[in-house]
Design a protein around this ligand. Structure first.
Ligand code: BGC
Length: 259
C-alpha cells in the first residue's frame, strides 16, 4: 500500500482558544519549536487532566500504570504504535510520539499511549467524479468517514467492516458488501492530530480505501445508524469541511485514484 509519512507536527491538540473537551481546562501554550521532546524546556508545566467520567469505564484503562506493557500487545489491548516505539517518561507514562500538547494525563481518551481507530473509505466514480461514503456524526454534527475505535482483541479489518455496517448500513447485513471488502488498500496508518490527544494519550488510525470498480454499491442501500445521523455520497473534490484529520485522508484518496 501507499502509507503516507507519519505526522511530524500537531496543532489541534495544542489549541488554547477553546477549553479541552468536556472540561473547563485550558492547555499550557506550546509554541511550535517546543513541541519535540528532544527540545529541552525546563519551564514546561502541562495541565494535568484525566476526565473523571472515564474512570472505571470498561473501555478505559486504570490509572495504575505499573502493570501496563507499553509498546507491546498487552493481553488483548494493543499498546503498540504505528509510529514505532514511543518513549516512557520518569513516571512510567507513555510520551506522545509527536511531542508536547500542553496537557498531561489521559484527558478523555480511554488508553494511556495509543488509542487505535480505523477508517474505511468506500469510494466509487459516478458521473466522472470520485465520491466516498460519508456520515454525519451525532456527537458534533460534522461530516466524517464512518470510522471508529478498534475493540480490544479485534482485527482492524473487522473494525473497518463493523463500523461501516453500523454507521452507513444501518446495522443491516449486505451480501454485496463482501465484494467491496475483498480489495482494501491501506492509505495511512499512524498518529492523528486529534483534539483529544494529550502528552500521554493519543489517537492513531488505519485508513483503508475500498474502491468499487464494478458498480456493486449501486445495489447497496445506505442507511445511517448508531453514531451517525445521516449518510450520503460526497464528492472527494468538493472541499466540504470534514471531521478531525479526515480531509487529509480524502486528499490521499484523490492522489491515489485516477479518474
Ligand atoms: C474516529 C476516527 C478518527 C479518529 C482520529 C476516531 O474516534 O472514529 O474516524 O480518524 O478518531 O481522529
Amino acid at each position: 500500500g501507499i502509507v503516507s509519512t507519519f505526522a511530524k507536527m500537531h496543532f489541534k491538540c495544542r489549541a488554547t482558544v477553546v477549553p479541552y473537551l468536556n472540561s473547563t481546562i485550558t492547555r499550557f501554550l506550546v509554541p511550535d519549536d517546543k513541541v519535540p521532546w528532544s527540545v529541552e524546556w525546563s519551564s514546561y508545566l502541562p495541565v494535568e487532566y484525566t476526565d473523571p467520567s472515564t474512570n472505571g469505564k470498561p473501555w478505559a484503562d486504570s490509572n495504575d500504570l505499573s502493570k501496563m506493557r507499553f509498546n507491546e500487545l498487552d493481553g488483548n489491548v494493543n499498546r503498540k504504535s504505528h509510529n514505532g516505539d514511543y518513549l516512557i517518561d520518569g513516571n512510567g507514562r507513555p510520551l506522545n510520539p509527536v511531542g508536547r500538547t500542553g496537557l498531561s494525563g489521559r484527558g478523555i481518551l480511554g488508553r494511556w499511549g495509543p488509542n487505535h481507530a480505523a477508517d474505511p473509505i468506500v469510494s466509487r466514480i459516478k458521473d466522472g467524479r470520485l465520491q466516498f461514503v460519508a456520515i454525519k456524526r451525532k456527537d458534533n454534527g460534522e461530516w466524517a468517514i464512518p470510522g471508529g475505535m478498534v475493540d480490544p482483541g479485534e482485527e482492524v479489518s473487522a473494525t473497518l467492516k463493523r463500523e461501516f455496517g453500523e454507521e452507513a448500513l444501518g446495522g443491516k447485513k449486505s451480501a454485496e458488501m463482501d465484494n467491496i471488502w475483498r480489495n482494501g488498500r491501506r492509505l495511512y496508518a499512524g498518529y492523528v492530530d486529534d483534539p483529544r490527544n494529550t502528552d500521554n494519550s493519543w489517537m492513531e488510525t488505519v485508513v483503508v480505501n475500498f474502491h468499487d470498480y464494478e458498480g456493486v454499491m449501486d445495489d447497496v442501500q445506505l442507511e445511517a445508524g448508531d453514531d451517525a445521523a445521516s449518510v450520503r455520497w460526497v464528492a472527494a473534490d468538493s472541499n466540504e469541511p470534514l471531521y478531525a484529520s479526515h480531509k487529509s485522508f480524502i486528499d490521499l484518496l484523490c492522489a491515489s485514484i485516477t479518474i
